[in-house]
Design a binder for this molecule. Structure first.
Ligand code: WQD
Length: 343
């Protein structure tokens, strides 16, 4: 058994896939989640895939007393992966204080407790939103951070600064900041995946629900952008590929003695795909049609962004592997699994 890892937000979308990869790599996992945007049944899926049920604490990371108790009851935690955060861009504009409180208090509490409980490293979930609309694509980690376009994006920028300042002050911890591009797909077992509550805001859950007949049609937000087919371009990264990068990052922090105290990596495929190309990929790989129409642009959307992932490829030894058609098939299998369960 390798070290013990605390995964905050571990029943969420990326968190649950990362718990699976950590357990399969031999790590012992403790999850804390307040279940505000996830379901306790995710633990069953994790157990079915890995044969191990992770320790689960239902609690809120914005409450430092809850976290202190968790560390006291689960001695020997060596690393943290911090997924516990609010993540809907639109909602963050409506409820900025909720976003600042959840995302920043959680991080500050964790950082404060790390030295006290001998936790060596924290992997932080950041986002390509910190780059805003890039001047050039693909975009690498040295690109300038642009003013955030939403409170959500601002919490990611501020969080990166908080970690940087804390480590610069001499705090005895390490951190790896991972800037995700657009995570999509589901575990190939179809036992875990994305579980959006209510009407999905993100492209893939909306697309799979439309393909399943739950939604009438998908609206493509704009086809008059300065891109080859006029729709926006993103770097869609398979969620299992993404999860694997966290395991590598954790091992690098905990086992690599001579590594820098803070490192930042883009996690993307290096390939930009347009919204229309993604719909085509889904239809091609699943044989299922997605009724869609072109609608107006969505406020605040970035026109095109994709990653230069060379740093993660060479320094972490991590490269995105799953072809987009497989990712689409997995997303569809997960949607069908959900439909089966809800019958
Ligand atoms: C993708 C593309 C839409 C829905 C968000 C966050 C970002 C990041 C990933 C995490 C856009 C278009 C969407 C629909 C559409 N990290 N679209 N019809 O906005 O790129 O990034 O998720 O949390 O921080 O902002 O992702 O999936 O919402 O949109 O045409 O019904 O699909 O316009 O071009 P986005 P998304």
């Amino acid at each position: 058994m390798k070290q013990k890892i605390l995964v905050t937000g571990g029943t969420g979308y990326i968190g649950s896939h990362t718990v699976v990869e950590l357990q399969q790599a031999g790590y012992e996992v403790v999850i804390i989640d307040n279940l505000s945007n996830s379901n306790i049944e995710v633990l069953d899926g994790i157990e079915q895939i890995t044969g191990i049920r992770p320790v689960f604490v239902e609690g809120d990371c914005t409450d430092i007393a809850t976290l202190r108790k968790l560390f006291e009851n689960n001695p020997g935690i060596k690393g943290i992966i911090n997924f516990a955060a609010s993540k809907a861009v639109g909602e963050s504009v409506q409820k900025p204080l909720l976003y600042y409180r959840n995302n920043l208090n959680t991080l500050i509490n964790l950082l404060e407790l790390m030295p006290e409980f001998g936790v060596k490293g924290i992997v932080f979930s950041s986002s390509c939103t910190v780059y805003g609309e890039p001047d050039v694509n693909p975009i690498d980690e040295t690109a300038p951070i642009k003013p955030a376009t939403s409170p959500y994006g601002n919490t990611k920028q501020i969080s990166e600064e908080i970690i940087t300042d804390y480590i610069a002050s001499g705090a005895p911890i390490k951190s790896i900041i991972l800037r995700y591009f657009n995570p999509v797909g589901a575990h190939p077992s179809a036992l875990i995946g994305e579980l959006p509550l209510g009407v999905p805001q993100n492209l893939i859950p909306y697309l799979t629900q439309t393909a399943a007949g739950i939604r009438k049609e998908l609206t493509v937000f704009g086809d008059d952008y300065n891109t080859p087919d006029g729709s926006c371009i993103r770097d869609f990264i398979d969620v299992v590929d993404l999860a694997k990068a966290h395991v590598i990052a954790m091992s690098r922090m905990l086992d690599g003695e001579d590594k820098d105290s803070i490192e930042i990596f883009n996690l993307g495929t290096g390939r930009g795909l347009s919204v229309l190309e993604l719909i085509e990929s889904f239809e091609r790989s699943t044989g299922v049609k997605v009724p869609h129409r072109i609608g107006p642009r969505r406020a605040g959307d970035i026109e095109k962004i994709w990653a230069e992932p060379t740093k993660a490829n060479t320094v972490l030894g991590w490269t995105a592997q799953v072809p987009i058609d497989d990712t689409m098939r997995n997303a569809w299998a997960w949607q069908q699994h959900l439909a089966e369960k809800n019958k």
